[in-house]
Design a protein around this ligand. Sequence first.
Ligand code: FES
Ligand SMILES: [Fe+2]
Length: 405
Amino acid sequence: MKPILNQSIATAVSADNLAAVERPAATACGLPNATYTDPQFHSFEREQVLGKTWAALAFCADHDRTGTVTPVDFMGLPLLIVCNQQGDLGVFHNVCSHRGMRLVNATKHTNGLLVCPYHAWTYDLTGNLKATPHIDGVGNHQMAGFCREKHGLKAVRSHCWMGILFINLSGEAAEFNEHIAPLAARYAPYLGGDGERLLAQSQSDTGLSFEAQCNWKLAVENYCEAYHLPWIHPSLNSYSPLERHYHVIISADFAGQGSDTFNPILAGDTPLPTLPCWPKEQLKIAEYPTFYPNLLLGFQVNHFYGVIIHPLANDRIREEVRFFYVGDGASAEQHLRNRQSNLKAWRKVFSEDIDAIEGMQQGRKSPGFQGGVFSPTMDALTHHFHQWVARKYQQADQRMPAQPY
Ligand code: FES
Ligand SMILES: [Fe+2]
């Protein structure tokens, strides 16, 4: 096993700890407390876990106005989401190539140019450096030997899928379509070839947003299992009970659970439109895979949702939830009551989880717990996720601390 170079990380999480996670669930031990409670793991995981694969950054429809630029913080890294003049989304490091000024400090609409507030170096929305005022003395805006082409904004690899914007910080992950092939194959019979185009983000609400005082991994772990349903979500358990849930392990990068009796009662009279390809004998199937590392998904016949987990610190997250409906289900007035009703039902479920994930964070401050144990049947997916994280730790390269992207 390749050593994790950073010595203090290696001290907190040994090769033996990681091997214990990798054992079969019945004898495995979970990740050590330090990976949840020690602040140094925040940047380590940004570089070596979330940064090495495709991580969710934002919902496309929140940023799709042509000319709009939005600064976002990704685990302490200043990034910039740009909707260029062609309406395409891109992501750049939010830093000027001249003296490293943060380029944009608030969402704004531009005329296609980004001007650094410090010395007015100017970029277009595809990142090209277009103007360098007075670079060679007052009135001399060009300089012999200075090649603007080499000093544009630094792009971050990005891709849009199902209305969600992903980034790969390291640039080393497989092509996005290759990466998600197992997930896409799983849902192709439900979405059909047209599903991604048919689903649109709800236009009557701005989704849900929650903050929780916990490590990002706990939000994933909680989403991986239905074991807690009877105690944390009695109302959800009434229309999608624990005993009707099943596990879905799609691949090493995608796993979750499903229910074969998802049947909520919504308030409106007009049923929401449904996905035309969804198998007619499976209308009550709902599946909840996690797109490791930080995206929780919900597939239902009449709506889809995504929950992006933003790790703000080692012990703090923000969850952003957006709902997508089929065709005019996303916007038509006649479906408003059902959209509102659906939002209300999910708000209840997601809120109920906050106390659980914050409680697990508190528990990880105790020397009386060190990774815990797994029920091989009920916690199989939690263990699957722990194994995924452990493998990322094992693969951590020799470049700590962070290298420039
Ligand atoms: S730091 Fe941006 S123009 Fe100088
Ligand atoms: Fe839950």
